[in-house]
Design a protein around this ligand. Structure first.
Ligand SMILES: [Zn+2]
Ligand SMILES: [Zn+2]
Length: 158
């Protein structure tokens, strides 16, 4: 049994929930998915597994997956929520490109330490922290700069 499955089963047992076939298929999908994913990606993955779990079930199971500590809502792109696995994964924050939507991860131990100190100073117990930098990735910024230099950017704006 994988660590994920063990964690999930323990959570279900402690909350008097059954380890149904549908939940098993969803857990399998989550295990396979990498990096950052949407509800649709989970749904596509269960379809690939030849399982007939409905989209409604996927939506209904997401809170259970979050509660069990396997995944988290990591950021939102417009009205779409992006999820990622957190169980046994190293802590990290995100940089999001406003142009192409690329999500980059980074971690900064110095910042973590700083946060701990700030919380201690204010006698605050942190439960969750999210840091999201929004801007332009190298490629997009290169294109934008080129457009500005060619005077194309102004033309497009007119
Ligand atoms: Zn980009
Ligand atoms: Zn991430």
């Amino acid at each position: 049994m994988s660590l994920y499955e063990e964690q999930f089963k323990n959570y279900l047992k402690n909350n008097d929930l059954k380890y149904t076939n549908e939940r098993k298929e969803l857990l399998k999908a989550i295990t396979i998915l990498k990096d950052h994913f949407h509800v649709e990606d989970i749904y596509q993955q269960v379809r690939k597994q030849k399982s007939d779990v409905s989209l409604a079930t996927v939506y209904r199971t997401i809170p259970i997956l979050i509660e069990s500590g396997l995944i988290t809502e990591t950021l939102s792109e417009g009205d779409k929520i992006v999820y990622e696995k957190i169980y046994n994964e190293p802590r990290h924050d995100h940089m999001v490109c406003l142009n192409c939507g690329k999500i980059m991860e980074f971690s900064c131990p110095g910042m973590e330490k700083l946060q701990k100190n700030i919380c201690r100073e204010h006698s605050f117990i942190p439960v969750e922290h999210r840091l999201e930098l929004r801007g332009y990735c190298r490629n997009c910024w290169k294109n934008i700069k080129q457009k500005i230099n060619n005077g194309k950017y102004n033309q497009e704006l007119k």
